[in-house]
Design a protein around this ligand. Structure first.
Ligand code: NDP
Length: 318
């Protein structure tokens, strides 16, 4: 952006319990020095708020913001925002689709895929038993990975996994072209995509169509001993069935970053399964320095009467 583009742009309200306000304020004002960035706790006149950068704001948050022009979801997944009934009508909602976020996610997925492909859960268990449990490494070409969801994050992850030599199939609503990735689409291809995977990676958004898409019947279609990776949302999966299939060994191992509910309660049996790695929903996060530019571009577009980029479609749910 040029200096001339960096015009005063009104007031932005910030709400997140997980992200640091001062860091975001600095990043946004580095892009738009005249933007008034206020924490939601310091808003005196809600009618002066034009833009809202929010992650899971409380019910009624937007009610008094009569001049709101844009809601920016502080993250890639918009499910928590879209299921609300108190969203102001007609205000565009955008989400963050930052390339750095995609890179961070691809790094996590690659780590998890390699972990399962190289049988690391087996070696971790053997180490706890002080056992030299040699298992001959598989070549990546012999390992099939299916990625469900080929959006901003899924496409990048699928590409990075195939770059390591794995045989990658990607599944989405519409067909995609990603170098080295076999793309399939539509519900009639889902079961086959699941059934051919040695490692199944879940990267779908949570929508009315995808909620519980990995039910017991579909999880049962996984190859015996296959690995399961969920970096998207817990509600995509029948978690009880997943737990039972991991316990029986039908699903060999799992890396899980998303759960129902979150935080995962301390007495949940998943915590104690030796073949499960649990991380507390941090596979990727929005990075202020790199996300602020796309937010600034959208604020400038909206203040100029144009449509913002990365608008989500409430009817589709993503
Ligand atoms: P996008 O919205 O960019 O992409 C969604 C993908 O899922 C698209 O390929 C889409 O298909 C596909 N899809 C959606 N609905 C269906 C359906 N009914 N059937 C088949 N395919 C479908 O999402 P992102 O890649 O940006 O993010 C994916 C999810 O990752 C987020 O929604 C969020 O829940 C989660 N996430 C998790 C994080 C973590 O730290 N664990 C961090 C950030 C995000 P098509 O391309 O054909 O439209």
């Amino acid at each position: 952006m040029t200096d001339a583009d960096r015009l005063p742009s009104g007031t932005l309200v910030f709400y997140s319990k997980f992200d640091d306000f001062d860091t975001w304020k600095r990043a946004l004002q580095a892009q738009l020095p005249h933007l008034n960035v206020v924490h939601s706790s310091a808003v005196e006149r809600p009618e002066d708020v034009h833009y809202a950068l929010v992650w899971k704001p409380p019910v009624g948050f937007f009610d008094a913001m009569k001049n709101l022009r844009l809601i920016i979801n502080l993250g890639a997944g918009v499910d928590s925002l879209l299921h609300r009934t108190d969203l102001p009508a007609g205000i565009p909602i955008t989400r963050l689709t930052d390339p750095q976020m995609a890179r961070m996610m691809a790094g996590y997925v690659l780590f998890a895929v390699l972990r399962h492909a190289r049988d690391i859960p087996h070696f971790e268990q053997s180490q706890r038993e002080a056992t030299w449990a040699y298992r001959h490494p598989r070549s990546p070409e012999d390992v099939s990975v299916t990625v469900l969801g080929l959006g901003q994050l899924g496409a990048k992850a699928a590409f990075e996994v195939q770059r390591q030599g794995f045989k990658v199939t990607g599944w989405s609503r519409k067909p995609k072209q990603i170098d080295g990735v076999h793309s399939v689409s539509g519900m009639d291809t889902l079961d086959a995509a699941i059934g051919q995977a040695d490692i199944l990676v879940v990267m779908l958004p949570l929508t009315p169509q995808t909620r519980q898409i990995l039910d017991r019947t579909r999880l049962m279609k996984m190859r015996p001993g296959a690995a399961f990776i969920n970096v998207a949302r817990g509600e995509l999966v029948d978690q009880q069935a997943l737990t039972e299939l991991l316990t029986s060994g039908h699903i060999g191992s799992a890396t899980l970053d998303a759960f129902t509910p979150e935080p995962l309660p301390a007495d949940d049996p998943l915590w104690r399964l030796p073949n499960v790695l649990i991380t507390p929903h941090l596979a990727s996060v929005a990075l202020p320095a790199s996300s602020a530019e796309q937010i600034a571009v959208n604020i400038l577009r909206v203040s100029a009467g144009e449509s913002p980029d990365h608008v989500i479609d409430p009817a589709q749910g993503y």
